[in-house]
Design a protein. Structure first.
Length: 326
């Protein structure tokens, strides 16, 4: 039902108004944000039909002469062409493989994660600061994307951060519990300064390694259940961890890059170029651009083959997972 007065300026609204005649504010702005978020989730999950339905519903809530209406109308037309082209190729052949075989990779991944890491992961939730900040983070993103994607997002970030904590414990370094900040992510506060570049690289890359495990577990659940929300969680987790590999500031990629020799840095640049050709993930332009800049710097690290291998595997694997995002 259309409100009787504009919430922005208080002007009385005519029946069935879509925009305020005084200040031009959209009457259904909150509903439009929700529909846009749901359309984005559906598209990341590989469901253009549902995405088109959400955008079509949004069109009905926009004034036909508005710029927003024109933009979304073009998007609906583009999605329609995409759906029609996919339909002209005919339905895919039926997959008669038993579900347990299709989901074998996911089941193995989830089982190993639960058996070897569950106790450690639950231990992190006993810290009140972690639990409260995690709950607040979840509430913010629930209001934007709905609870399933918000829950998947907060758990994947938590697993990423606990990867850092696990490596810190392994190296005998003290650290605080993970803290969540909406719009930023989460962080672990170190209780001592790390001066050794190899140690810092191991701690930094442990987060994306565990994040990759979380993304693969979500992908395995998608293979088993065919529920699009699991695919969206897997893709978003891959994207977040790929973003963390940008070798700049305090991001994990910078900590990993710090130890690499010059030729190893250029090897990472080459791997990023290969991943870009394979996946067309546009975030790799940023990752690669910063990596080139770091490779041209005079000061480089002593080099470490294991860190190089880990970095390359993460770039390619996370790019493959995140190809549906962005």
């Amino acid at each position: 039902m259309t409100p009787t007065h504009c919430t922005a300026c208080g002007t009385e609204l005519p029946p069935d108004a879509l925009a305020c005649p005084a200040c031009a504010s959209l009457i259904h702005a909150d509903t439009l944000k929700q529909l846009a978020a749901e359309a984005g989730v559906a598209m990341r999950a590989g469901d253009p039909l549902s995405s088109r339905n959400h955008w079509t519903a949004a069109l009905r809530l926009l004034p036909p002469q508005s710029q927003q209406h024109a933009v979304i109308r073009d998007r609906v037309a583009s999605l329609t062409r995409q759906i029609d082209e996919a339909g002209s190729e005919g339905p895919p052949p039926a997959d008669n493989t038993p579900w347990w075989r299709r989901g074998a990779l996911g089941l193995v991944t989830v089982s190993l994660l639960l058996l070897s890491k569950l106790k450690f992961l639950l231990l992190g939730l006993t810290k009140m600061s972690t639990f409260v900040s995690m709950l607040g983070f979840f509430g913010v993103y629930w209001s934007i994307y709905g609870w399933p994607l918000a829950l998947g997002l907060v758990l994947s970030i938590y697993i990423h951060e606990m990867g850092h904590v696990a490596m810190l414990r392994r190296l005998g370094i003290g650290a605080g519990a993970p803290m969540f900040i909406p719009g930023v992510g989460a962080f672990v506060m170190l209780k001592q300064h790390i001066t050794d570049p190899l140690t810092d690289a191991k701690i930094g890359l442990a987060g994306p390694v565990w994040g990759l495990g979380a993304a693969l577990a979500a992908l395995g659940m998608y293979i088993v259940t065919r529920s699009s929300i699991w695919l969206a969680i897997a893709q978003l987790t891959g994207f977040i961890n790929l973003f963390n590999l940008i070798p700049v500031w305090q991001l994990d990629g910078s900590r990993g890059f710090h130890v690499l020799a010059r030729w190893e840095r250029w090897a990472v640049v080459a791997a990023i170029a290969v991943a870009l050709l394979l996946t067309e993930q546009r975030l790799l332009f940023i990752v690669g651009g910063v990596a080139v800049w770091r490779s041209l710097q005079q000061k480089t690290g002593p080099g470490d083959t294991r860190v190089l291998t880990t970095f390359v595997v993460l770039v390619i694997a996370l790019s493959m997972l995140a190809r549906g995002v962005g």
